[in-house]
Design a protein around this ligand. Structure first.
Ligand SMILES: [Zn+2]
Length: 568
């Protein structure tokens, strides 16, 4: 659940115990103080708690965010955490409705530094009509034009991005617009209830928020003159279902969003509850049984939400679950600072199941999503997968995999082949499909019994690892030259290359070739560095590259021999 203000997941990042290693799979479930059995998968524990309350069917699981600059991977905690709980409950025979509210009646309080276009690509403010955004500060997201000029509003653009990402991950979630719910009258009753007894509302809220005086009214009408959300209600008529207001200035941090001074009347459908009331109001309207939220809310609006639900609205709050934020490349995720990554971007580098796995890990543990070390993370996923099939000697991992794995993949298929990610990155150095398959065969990943579909799926990882190598420009970002590059070598180097060709032709593995390169160079009185450079020029047309001997060991022998002899 996001906060009313432009919620960046990084606000409290200093307090997060960041792990250096993204892939450290800690599946331990901490003692949550309940007496229930210790479960291998946290979603089972949550499901136990929900069941213990005897919920009505369908069980409702909610997530939500306020539209901000970029619908980023961190926002997906709101969908993915609920997804696993929903799936566990469905497996237990319950009917489950997973909903996601776009809190789109919230006002735009400041300009985002980054936005995501309709394809999920992150762009700067310079690429859109930023002036139009600036003129709309203080207005609800649903009343602000889409900066890309495509959807009907800023909010619709943002919600479409989230929906598209959920589809990409294969998650079915019902998207709800707060504005539509207000306009459709779904909030009417609860707004009337809150405004009926202002003393109670003020008293409960004052425990959590300062400056709650006798004039405070928990309703923010939209100014009919300038369209901005206003904060000064001067009188309430519950029977008529209206409030009177003055459009005054709104303070956001050090900035002031100017009001127009208009005095007007608004219905309960023409405004919104402040966030601390709106959240529990959503629980009541939608009958929410479970909602995960970030740790900012654990200290902020959850305690007040719980209190308001019970003591103002008279309803039971949902089962809560606090998830830790993750950091991206060691830094707090932040839309405003631009340290974000989208689901669409990540799916260029990872299979959907690998990304789903990230959210299946213990939500109580802070993690770093380190794109530069994505290989380690994928290795962890592969290990998790093997654990499900009983191939890993790790009791705790196996127990976790046994429960979580079937919810992570679309189909459980034991014949599936996973090429290690770094090896896939090596294969990505050539576009030649046959050569890729040949190299994978040489390494023993494919054999005559490997089904065609498994080869196809395994090769999809090659394209993703290739994209990773290019994005990170790391040690795998090289291209095998299919034609002999134009390079001249002096006699000593040429003789050494010929001798190495003979060695490779005789049949040796990569490690032996790597060792032999040093020996060959020495025998011919060639500097080792010069010899490797000659090899890189021949294979990559560049003076540097990956560990060459081992790399050559994975290529087709005939191709390597001919290239070392400068024949083709
Ligand atoms: Zn106004």
């Amino acid at each position: 659940m996001s906060e009313e203000s432009d919620s960046d997941d990084g606000a409290n990042a200093e307090a997060v115990d960041v792990e250096a290693n993204a892939g450290d799979v800690d599946t331990d479930v901490e003692d949550d103080g309940t007496d229930g059995p210790r479960r291998a998968f946290w979603a089972d524990e949550v499901a136990d708690e929900i069941e213990a309350r005897g919920p009505e069917e369908p069980i409702v699981i909610k997530g939500g965010v306020s539209p901000s600059g970029v619908a980023h991977l961190g926002n997906f905690n709101e969908i993915m955490r609920g997804y696993f709980v929903a799936e566990v409950l469905r497996e237990r025979g319950h009917e489950v409705r997973q909903v996601f509210t776009s809190d789109d009646r919230d006002p735009l309080r400041k300009l985002p530094r980054k936005l995501a276009d309709v394809d999920g690509n992150i762009v700067g403010l310079g690429d859109v009509d930023a002036g139009a955004l600036g003129r709309n500060l203080g207005k609800p997201y649903t009343d602000i034009p889409d900066p890309f000029g495509e959807s009907e509003s800023y909010a619709a653009h943002f919600a479409a991005l989230l929906k598209a990402d959920a589809d990409r991950l294969g998650i079915e979630v019902e998207m709800l617009s707060n504005t539509e719910m207000y306009e459709g009258g779904e909030f009417d009753e609860v707004v009337a209830h809150v405004l009926e007894d202002l003393d109670v509302a003020r008293e409960v809220l004052s425990e959590y928020q300062s400056k709650i005086d006798d004039d405070y009214v928990p309703f923010n009408p939209i100014c009919e003159n300038c369209g901005k959300i206003t904060e000064a209600v001067t009188s309430v008529d519950v029977d008529a279902g209206t409030v009177e207001y003055v459009c005054t200035d709104m303070t956001v941090g050090d900035e002031t969003i100017e009001g127009c001074g208009h005095e007007g009347t608004a219905t309960f459908r023409e405004g919104k509850l402040p966030w601390r009331f709106e959240w529990p109001a959503q629980w009541q309207i939608l009958g929410v049984d479970f909602e995960p939220f970030g740790k900012d809310h654990a200290e902020g609006s959850w305690p007040s939400g719980e209190d308001i639900a019970r003591n103002v609205l008279g309803v039971e709050p949902p089962v809560p679950m606090v998830y830790e934020w993750f950091t991206l490349n060691g830094e707090a995720l932040s839309s405003s600072a631009g340290n974000v990554v989208t689901v669409a971007e990540m799916l260029e580098l990872l299979e959907p199941e690998v990304l789903r796995y990230f959210f299946a890990l213990n939500p109580r543990k802070a993690r770093d999503f380190d794109v530069s070390r994505l290989d380690q993370f994928v290795d962890d996923f592969d290990r998790f997968e093997r654990a499900y099939f009983g191939d890993v000697d790790d009791e705790s991992l196996s127990a976790f995999a046994e429960r979580a794995y079937p919810f992570v993949v679309d189909d459980v298929r034991e014949e599936r082949v996973r090429l290690p990610y770094t090896f896939a990155a090596v294969l990505g150095m050539t576009d030649d499909r046959d050569l890729r398959i040949e190299m994978a065969r040489n390494e023993g990943y494919f054999d005559d019994d490997t089904p065609e579909w498994a080869i196809e799926e395994a090769l999809e990882r090659v394209d993703r690892a290739r994209a990773w190598a290019e994005r990170e420009d790391n040690e795998y970002n090289y291209r095998i030259q299919e034609d002999l590059p134009d390079a001249d070598f002096d006699a000593d180097v040429a003789a050494a290359l010929d001798e190495l060709a003979d060695f490779v032709e005789a049949g040796h593995d990569g490690e032996a070739i790597q060792g032999e390169m040093y020996e060959t160079a020495r025998r011919h009185d060639v500097e080792v560095g010069d010899f490797f450079e000659a090899g890189y020029l021949l294979f990559f047309d560049q003076p540097q590259g990956p560990r060459l001997g081992e790399f050559l060991g994975e290529l087709d022998t005939e191709f390597v021999v001919a290239r070392l002899r400068r024949e083709s």
